[in-house]
Write a protein that binds this ligand. Structure first.
Ligand code: ARG
Length: 512
């Protein structure tokens, strides 16, 4: 009886499991059918690229691309849900099919069609050079030799910049940051889509900038979708309709004040099919191998940044920690305010403040002041870690019993000697574990300085992905390198701790 009951329960369990699987499968195919039928498409966009996509003061999405997408969606009979994401993340997101399409002024290029498909061309554009109005040296592409060039990561401007002999390329996450760096004097020129620079100069705070010479490239924007996506057909249909019925011309007129140029019906760069199975595995391996030299050079920069920041952080943090314990009240208050400020604000904001904010402030007050990236990164990282280290040092010292100080002083030691011979050696053992944690955090936090175009390990990875669109392979390798470094670090701290523990040292000596 009992056996039969058990069997029935088991069968029921399998049934329920099967039903759940079926439900999941059917909901997947339902989503696909919904897309094909044209219900709601999730469309990625990066609204920092006026006049193509940007946000109004009240946060509403607007721009040429947005108007066009809305118009073509309504004529093809589907709805659009926009999802903000960085430009460099769009192709990986399309590959992973987390979004159905993107509108991002994205040019149809031979490299991109290897991994995603594009709609028919919808805008004719090209890359141009922007520089400061007072710069007389830069007059054409050849004069960019050996200059510092700012670009947005993963764009056609970044690709073009690679061909400049001797140039030092600084990559930023979005286009406004490149132009801000140009205004601040951190870069000599920027390569970006010409329309975007001109729009910025006309409408924004970019009057100190100018556009040089002819277009460096001719490119056509398309709407990208995942390969083989059923939404591509609907998008193309919608585009064809708005191009024919005059809606496209209206939108063009609204944003650019002229009639649109003739657009080709098909791009000269054809969509391609994807590789599968074994060949993909081989390519993955060869991509990882090929990326290793670049990642190693990034690792060296990461280590250099960590070492510099940790040394400065320990010096600063120890001083602040001691001030918090022993100085006069106003100083103590300042030290506390420092700790609260740097612990209470995000490191990313601090990096932006130091690299972009300080030079901009100086320029507005009439000084010329630029900060080099290494200095900005090290300053931000060490100021931040000093705040945490100060607390670690303070807590470590405070945890030593007061009786120890009294005993040392009864023996006639001065307060400096008391600290040096009695308190600090004991405090160090308690400080070490949290200090090790802080060291590991700092090592990982160095990846944040990628935002100022610093080519450390993570940024190197991003740059490689921006070229080959193999995000999983590359980021996995990057993660492994970080893991290797942090494991090494915790091992070193564990050894140090052991060497400070008299009992363990004794027992290991006996063993040997
Ligand atoms: N047209 C350039 C490209 O395709 C730049 C596009 C950048 N778009 C953006 N939303 N930030 O690479």
């Amino acid at each position: 009886m009992c056996d039969r009951l058990r069997k029935v329960i088991a069968v029921k369990r399998w049934l329920v499991l099967g039903l759940i699987c079926l439900q999941l499968l059917s909901s997947c195919s339902f989503t696909n059918r919904a897309i094909a039928a044209g219900k709601t498409l999730t469309v990625a966009t990066e609204p920092t690229f006026p006049p193509f996509e940007f946000q109004s003061a009240n946060g509403e999405l607007q721009g040429f691309d947005i108007d066009l997408m809305n118009a073509l969606a309504s004529s093809a009979g589907f709805k659009v849900k926009y999802q903000n994401m960085p430009f460099a993340g769009m192709i990986p997101a399309l590959q992973a099919q987390t979004v159905d399409a993107a509108v991002a002024a994205m040019a149809i290029t031979a490299e991109r069609v290897k991994t995603i498909s594009f709609s028919r061309p919808y805008f004719k554009s090209g890359v141009a050079i922007a520089t400061r109005t007072d710069n007389k040296n830069i007059t054409n592409f050849d004069s960019l030799k050996n200059k510092i060039i700012g670009v947005q990561i993963g764009t056609t401007g970044a690709l073009k910049a690679k061909g400049i002999p001797g140039a030092e390329i600084r990559t930023f996450n979005d286009s406004p940051l490149t132009l801000q760096a140009l205004l601040n004097g951190n870069v000599d020129a920027v390569l970006n889509d010409r329309v975007v620079i001109l729009y910025g100069i006309k409408s924004g705070n970019l009057r100190k900038l100018k556009v040089i010479g002819d277009l460096l490239t001719e490119e056509f924007y398309g709407i990208p979708t995942p390969k083989g996506s059923p939404s591509l057909h609907a998008i193309n249909q919608g585009l064809a309709t708005v191009l024919k019925n005059g809606t496209y011309a209206q939108i063009y007129q609204k944003w650019f004040g002229t009639q649109p140029p003739q657009l080709p019906e098909k791009s000269s760069i054809e969509n391609q099919t994807t590789e599968k199975g074994v060949s993909r595995l081989f390519t993955s391996l060869s991509i990882i191998l090929k990326s290793i030299p670049a990642l190693l050079s990034g690792t060296l920069v990461t280590l250099e940044l960590t070492a510099l920041s940790v040394v400065l952080g320990i010096i600063g943090g120890s001083l602040i920690g001691i001030v918090r314990l022993q100085a006069a009240p106003p100083l103590r208050f300042c030290a506390r305010a420092y700790v609260e400020f740097f612990r209470g604000t995000p490191l990313l904001v601090q990096i932006f403040m130091i690299y972009f904010g300080l030079p901009a402030l100086a320029q507005n007050s009439g000084f010329t002041f630029t900060l080099n990236r290494l200095a900005a990164a090290v300053i931000a990282l060490s100021l931040n870690s000093a705040a945490y280290i100060a607390e670690i040092v303070r807590a470590g010292i405070q945890s030593i019993d007061r009786g120890q100080t009294e005993a040392a002083q009864a023996l006639g030691l001065s307060s400096v000697q008391t600290m040096r011979y009695a308190i600090f050696p004991q405090a160090l053992r308690r400080i070490l574990p949290p200090l090790g944690n802080q060291f590991i955090s700092l090592l990982k936090d160095t990846s944040l300085v990628a935002v100022i175009g610093f080519e450390e390990l993570f940024r190197k990875g991003q740059l490689i992905v921006a070229e080959n669109y193999r995000s999983f392979e590359i980021y996995f390798t990057v993660a492994l390198v970080y893991l290797f470094l942090t494991l090494l670090c915790s091992q070193a701290f564990a050894c140090w701790e052991r060497s400070l523990n008299p009992e363990e040292e004794e027992s290991s000596r006996k063993k040997s």
